[in-house]
Design a protein around this ligand. Sequence first.
Ligand SMILES: Cc1cc2nc3c(=O)[nH]c(=O)nc-3n(C[C@H](O)[C@H](O)[C@H](O)COP(=O)(O)O)c2cc1C
Length: 193
Amino acid sequence: MINLPQPKLKGTLSVEEALFKRRSIRSYADKPLTQDEISQILWSAQGVTEKASKMRTAPSAGARYPMEIYLVNADGLFHYHPEKHSLEKIRSGDLRNRIADAAHGQSFIAKAGATVIISVDPPKITSRYGDRGIRYLYMEAGHIAQNIHLQAVAMDLSSVPVGAFSDEGLKDVLNLPDELKPIYLIPVGHTRK
Ligand SMILES: Cc1cc2nc3c(=O)[nH]c(=O)nc-3n(C[C@H](O)[C@H](O)[C@H](O)COP(=O)(O)O)c2cc1C
């Protein structure tokens, strides 16, 4: 387990400025994300903000928290554990080219310092909400993605949401547990100046 540095709760950009500056950016400087940057991005996605209730940065229907967040960078594939704010290394090796291939050749994915993978365990939410839970999954993924985009802007990083990929292709590359379905990819990289 890799214990991540504590996230910062103050930045230099206001929410309004981050909203104004957010843009989908697909070209990145050739520089890995630091551990502080990875920590902050993952915290914005699913960090625990209330110890007792274990509530998180992003809302979740019925506080079911059906999402599992993974991160891929040049070092490997990692699973984020929100309660411990830590990363578990699942696999070594750089999978970014293969993810770009699975995303129909969107080559910028291979150049981003990291890609956050938002995946979901659907029964965690459909067991409570039935079919309606399916729409909640995508809504929740959108909340998480937007948190990441705004956090990235606030740190002068660049990001883009990616929904176009082959489900089967990505499954082959990531080899996640069977119950998990990746639904959104968020490449994040240093801004090319
Ligand atoms: C659900 C969703 C899926 C998207 N999928 C992709 C994608 O696969 N590849 C890509 O380059 N951009 C993707 N985008 C980004 C859009 O192209 C982008 O948001 C749009 O052009 C508006 O630009 P802006 O985000 O800079 O405001 C996606 C956006 C959304 C909301």
